[in-house]
Design a protein around this ligand. Structure first.
Ligand SMILES: C[S@@+](CC[C@H](N)C(=O)[O-])C[C@H]1O[C@@H](n2cnc3c(N)ncnc32)[C@H](O)[C@@H]1O
Length: 301
């Protein structure tokens, strides 16, 4: 790789040129984008999204940008979503953290459903994507006051592994979220951690490391939750996938191995409730290819 090329994701092997014919905004997602951008005209909205996609692909040639997965709502389709909305509305000083947040579209979903924007944080390796999120949704840091922490989730200065918080820590004051440059001060304070299409970017040992690190951030208050969706499999192992010219090798857990990892390895057995469901979903537009996705949540008891 020359130093003029943007950094690439390990699991992704091919990086095709953008193809506008893959654009397909589902009606329910169009409503979301029209409400947030204020662009009502379908053609104008399409051009706006294509423009932001082209900018983003220059700095991050990732499959989720190429395949327009960033224009699909990901969070509100998760089975545990109403638990998240309830925490945002009912818990005192809740904190929502989106890990591998990209443009921050999932954060915007939960804020639209009542989670206080000033209590939401996105984190990603690529600050440029977060900045392009403002362009995508026509916002500024003033009109959209969610916070952002840039950096590598495997850098201990950004996110170190720490044991899960004990019940004695419930109710301790949460840190000031403005000017955060690391996630470590959030240890034991986060009410909701969302991470979709993120774990599958890493090999098995790194997935365990990440799970342990995120567990250390979670509040011990019962009902606190880590949730997301990513590539799964009937049997855990490395999966090779080729779709629309994008080829990737991903380590995928089964529902059983994912559950066993959280309930026993990451958290002491019996201190969390894990829900993991493997579903075959449509891989993209205009075809009948199916793709195994693991929808999961881990709730503190
Ligand atoms: C497949 S995208 C998913 C984005 C978003 N969650 C979604 O579902 O639309 C993965 C994101 O993880 C980020 N990422 C990759 N490696 C990372 C790392 N080591 N630390 C933090 N973020 C990382 C990428 O920049 C990208 O925005």
């Amino acid at each position: 790789m020359t130093n003029r090329e943007p950094p690439r994701i390990e699991v992704q092997r091919t990086f095709p040129l953008l193809d506008q014919s893959l654009y397909n905004l589902h009606p329910e997602d169009a409503t979301f984008y029209k409400e947030l951008t204020g662009i009502e005209d379908d053609e104008a909205l399409k051009q706006h999204i294509l423009d932001v996609q082209a900018e983003a692909y220059k700095v991050a040639p990732y499959a989720f940008i190429y395949l327009f997965l960033f224009i699909r709502r990901r969070l509100s389709v998760l089975p545990a979503y109403q638990q998240v909305v309830r925490i945002g509305r009912e818990r005192k000083n809740p904190i929502f953290l989106d890990v591998g947040c990209g443009f921050g579209n999932d954060i915007r979903e939960v804020i639209l459903d009542g989670f206080p924007a000033a209590r939401a944080i996105g984190t990603d390796l690529r600050q440029e994507l977060w900045d392009l999120g403002h362009e995508l949704f026509k916002s500024t840091p003033e009109t959209f006051p969610a916070h952002f922490v840039g950096g590598d989730a495997f850098n201990p200065e950004i996110l170190a592994v720490a044991p899960p918080a004990s019940k004695e820590t419930v109710g301790v004051p949460t840190p000031n979220l403005s000017n955060l440059t690391s996630l470590n001060p959030l240890r034991g304070c986060v009410s909701v951690i969302h991470t979709t299409s993120f774990f599958h970017l890493f090999k098995e040992d790194k997935q365990l490391h990440l799970a342990r690190a995120l567990a250390g951030l979670l509040s011990a208050e019962p009902g606190s939750i880590i949730l997301g969706a990513h590539t799964g499999a009937q049997e855990k192992g490395v999966m090779n996938q080729v779709y629309r010219g994008v080829e990737a090798d991903m380590f995928a857990h089964s529902a059983e191995s994912w559950t066993a990892m959280w309930d026993g390895e990451v958290f002491e057995k019996g201190t969390v409730k894990v829900d993991a469901q493997l579903k075959e979903v449509s891989a993209g537009e205009g075809g009948d290819e199916r793709y195994p996705l693991l929808y999961w949540s881990v709730t503190r008891l």
